[in-house]
Design a protein around this ligand. Structure first.
Ligand SMILES: CC(C)(COP(=O)(O)OP(=O)(O)OC[C@H]1O[C@@H](n2cnc3c(N)ncnc32)[C@H](O)[C@@H]1OP(=O)(O)O)[C@@H](O)C(=O)NCCC(=O)NCCS
Length: 215
């Protein structure tokens, strides 16, 4: 994820040991006792990386608990984002005077079924993907980019943002995207950013997206 964000954002990617690392008691309390092993491992990797990233901005030993919206609760003066998918976990953290919000997402490079694509993409986004039949993973890129947008939107606005409330324009050569919030949503969201920008990387098995918002 380091390659997708500027230097003012600290990025940590989980190493093998992090998936079986140690949770602080406040963090462990956020994990259901019934959590399956996979959930326990991804949550642990996220928390271990989050604390390592916080250490890089001078905050040590602070737990990263889970808030009511399921978003991570960052210490005062810091904002961040966590993502995990099978075998990959990353955390991005920025200081609030420099960074207003950061979002990151990683997904396996899969071909999504048509009903899922319809739930994620607007008709014009589906049409754009259909023009690229040799690269059937573009809808998965849309999914990841929109989740990254949600992770920036959520801490700023504290409200829900539906997949069909943002229109994505992808630059496949520049590996960038812009998500415009649709007018109906903007009208009911005073102070909301009208658009979010991000970058992406497509690897043989992994799609990564990231974006940040400055003040
Ligand atoms: C929250 C959401 C984006 C997480 O994405 P995901 O692909 O399921 O999972 P990821 O592994 O990438 O991210 C999970 C992490 O997101 C973080 N997260 C959860 N809710 C969040 C929120 N409201 N805001 C910011 N981060 C959130 C958590 O840290 C979570 O990990 P943890 O539970 O171990 O702490 C997704 O589940 C969701 O609800 N999407 C619907 C909303 C949306 O994406 N709209 C698109 C608007 S264009």
């Amino acid at each position: 994820m380091r390659d997708l964000l500027p230097g003012i954002v600290v990025v940590e990617v989980a190493g093998e040991d992090d998936w079986a690392g140690v949770l602080l008691p406040e963090e462990a309390a956020g994990l259901s006792p019934r959590a399956v092993d996979g959930r326990r491992r991804e949550y642990t990797a996220g928390r271990v990386c989050a604390r390592r990233a916080l250490g890089q901005v001078g905050i040590h030993g602070q737990p990263v608990v889970t808030g009511p919206s399921r978003a991570p609760v960052w210490p005062p003066g810091v904002t961040g984002s966590i993502t995990h998918t099978k075998g990959y976990c990353a955390v991005a953290v920025g200081r609030v005077p420099d960074v207003r919000a950061v979002g990151i997402d990683a997904e396996r490079r899969t071909v999504l079924p048509a009903n899922i694509v319809a739930a994620i993409c607007l008709p014009e986004e589906i049409a754009w993907c259909a023009e690229r039949p040799d690269e059937p993973w573009w809808p998965a890129l849309h999914f990841s980019a929109k989740e990254t947008v949600f992770k920036m939107w959520s801490p700023i606005m504290g409200t829900w943002l539906d997949f069909h409330e943002a229109r994505l324009t992808v630059d496949p050569l520049g590996n960038t995207f812009v998500a415009e919030i649709l007018p109906e949503k903007l009208a009911e969201s005073p102070g909301a950013p009208a658009s979010f920008r991000g970058r992406f990387a497509v690897e043989p098995d992994l799609i990564r997206t990231a974006g940040y918002v400055e003040w």
